[in-house]
Ligand binder design. Sequence first.
Ligand code: SF4
Length: 116
Amino acid sequence: MQRWRLRAACIGADPEMFFTNDAAAKREAKGICKGCPVSRQCYAAVMEAERADATEAPETNRKRRYGIFAGLTSHERWARIYPEAAKLQRERGNAKRKRNRDKGVRNDLRVVPQSG
Ligand code: SF4
């Protein structure tokens, strides 16, 4: 084990907090990382390991990542390794949200026949 890990702020913290989908727990975990004295070393270690592991298609690789390290979610780290794929994914998300917004506006404008 690298010596810097002995000074990690997450030692003794509930590991569930770092491996959850709960937004409040994620924020709490990120707060711990923010005050961690070895966050730079943690970032370098996790990014080195995940870059070495980034050998397949971006989308396949994204699904294999998990946990918060160095204050970054798995998706945030993935986006740093695959910036082009992340950009494409953002653009698709924005287009989908726009379509849904437009659909919502059309639904709001629809005239509902009054009965009676
Ligand atoms: S940056 Fe976060 S995950 Fe990394 S050692 Fe520090 S507290 Fe733990």
